[in-house]
Design a protein around this ligand. Structure first.
Ligand code: NDP
Length: 335
C-alpha cells in the first residue's frame, strides 16, 4: 500500500467569541499511494490567513463557506509532488493547492497548480508572489486606479497585504501613509519606504491622518474596517476612493463595530468598493510579470514570520488577530 503517515489540523468545535487553541485538534492519518488521476504531495509550507477566522463559525458573514467540524481545515499551501498517477505531474514538481493544514495529501491533478519558482523560495508563492501580493496589486491598480502624486493610506500596513500595498503604491509614485501596531512594525514600515507612519495603538489615528495628509487622502486601502475605517472616512478628500480589502477587526464573533460616520460617504461623494481576489483571475499574468520584475530590481522586498510544524499552525493563525506577525505569516511543514 506504500502508506505515508500525515498529521492534519481539524476544527474540533466552533469558537465561542474569539477562537482559542482548544477549538483545533491534531490528528494522524495514513495517505495511500495515489490511485489513477491522483497526485501525492508533501506540503512544504502552509498559509494562515485572516479570512479563515470567519470560516470557523457556521453563521458568520464570510465570503467563503464555513469549515466543517472534525474535518481537516483547508487553505493555501505549497508542496512537492512525491508520487504521481497523473501524466501532468512528476515527483519533484512544486505545486500550489488549497490542501493546507496537513502534511501529506492525495489530490486530483486539476486541484493543483505547478509553480515555476524562477529562483524565488517556494513560500514566496503564499505571500508576495502569491495571493497576498496579488491582493495588494488588484486593490491598488484595478480597484483603486491609483495615480502618481496621490496620497494613499494603507491600514495593517506591516502585514502581508499591507506591506506589499505600501511598496507598490510607492513604485506607482504615490505618497504613502501606513498604520500598524507598535514600534517594531512602524520601524519596518519606514524601512520599506512609507512616507508617514502611524502607530494606531499609541496615537490618535484620525489626528495623525490629518497631520500626515492635511489636504486629505485620495485612496484608502482598508485591511481592518471598524474604527480604522471610521477614522479614514473623516480624513478622506472629497471624491476620494476606498477599496475594502479586508476587515480583520470584524472577523471574530467577539464584537462588530462601526463605522458610525457612514454619512461621510455621501457628504464627500466617496467611491467605496469591496473586492475579492477570486474575481480577478484575468489580472494574474500582469501581476506575475510585474511582481517578478519589481523583486528582481530590488524595488519590492518581502518579510515573513515563520512558525514551525503542523502542530503550531493553530497558534500561528491565532497570532494574526493579536498582531503577532510582520509580513506574511507562514508555517513551515517540511524541508
Ligand atoms: P496580515 O499579515 O495583515 O495580518 C493581520 C494583521 O492585522 C495583524 O498583524 C495586525 O497588525 C492587524 N490586526 C489584527 N487584528 C486587528 C484589529 N482588531 N484591529 C486592527 N488591526 C488588526 O494579514 P493579511 O495581509 O493576510 O490580510 C490583510 C487583510 O487583507 C485581511 O483583512 C484579509 O482578510 C484581507 N484579504 C483580502 C483578500 C481579498 O480577496 N479581498 C485576500 C487576502 C487578504 P497590527 O499589529 O498592525 O494591528
Amino acid at each position: 500500500m506504500n502508506l505515508l503517515s500525515s498529521r492534519e489540523i481539524r476544527l474540533e468545535r466552533r469558537p465561542v467569541g474569539s477562537p482559542v487553541l482548544e477549538d483545533f485538534s491534531l490528528h494522524t492519518v495514513e495517505v495511500p499511494a495515489p490511485a489513477e488521476g491522483l497526485v501525492r504531495v508533501r506540503n512544504l509550507w502552509m498559509s494562515v490567513d485572516p479570512y479563515m477566522g470567519g470560516r470557523l463559525y457556521d453563521n458568520h458573514d464570510s465570503y467563503v463557506p464555513p469549515y466543517r467540524l472534525n474535518h481537516p481545515l483547508d487553505g493555501g499551501a505549497v508542496g512537492v509532488v512525491v508520487d504521481s498517477a497523473d501524466s501532468q505531474f512528476k515527483p519533484g514538481d512544486i505545486v500550489f493547492s488549497q490542501y493546507g493544514w496537513r502534511e501529506i495529501y492525495n489530490a486530483p491533478a486539476k486541484r493543483l497548480r505547478r509553480i515555476d519558482t524562477d529562483g524565488l523560495p517556494p513560500e514566496a508563492f503564499l505571500g508576495i508572489a502569491g495571493v497576498t501580493g496579488r491582493t495588494a496589486y488588484v486593490g491598488l491598480f484595478s480597484i483603486g486606479q491609483i495615480k502618481a502624486g496621490e496620497t494613499v493610506y494603507v491600514s495593517a500596513a506591516a502585514g502581508a497585504v499591507g506591506s506589499a500595498a505600501v511598496q507598490m503604491a510607492k513604485i506607482a509614485g504615490c505618497t504613502v501613509i501606513g498604520s500598524a501596531g507598535g514600534k517594531e512594525k512602524c520601524d519596518y514600515l519606514r524601512s520599506i519606504g512609507a512616507d508617514h507612519v502611524i502607530d494606531y495603538k499609541s496615537e490618535d489615528l484620525e489626528a495623525a491622518l490629518k497631520a500626515a495628509a492635511p489636504e486629505g487622502i485620495d485612496f484608502y486601502f482598508d485591511n481592518v474596517g471598524g474604527p480604522q475605517l471610521e477614522a479614514a472616512l473623516n480624513a478622506m478628500k472629497t471624491f476620494g476612493r476606498i477599496a475594502l480589502c479586508g476587515m480583520i477587526s470584524q472577523y471574530n464573533e467577539s464584537g462588530v463595530s462601526g463605522p458610525g460616520n457612514i454619512v461621510q460617504i455621501l457628504a464627500k461623494r466617496l467611491t467605496v468598493r469591496g473586492f475579492i481576489l477570486g474575481d480577478h483571475e484575468d489580472e494574474r499574468p500582469a501581476f506575475e510579470r510585474d511582481v517578478r520584475d519589481w523583486i528582481k530590481s530590488g524595488q519590492l522586498k518581502w518579510q515573513q514570520t515563520v512558525e514551525h510544524g503542523i502542530a503550531n499552525a493553530p497558534a500561528a493563525f491565532l497570532k494574526l488577530f493579536k498582531g503577532g506577525n510582520i509580513g506574511k505569516m507562514v508555517v513551515k511543514l517540511s524541508d
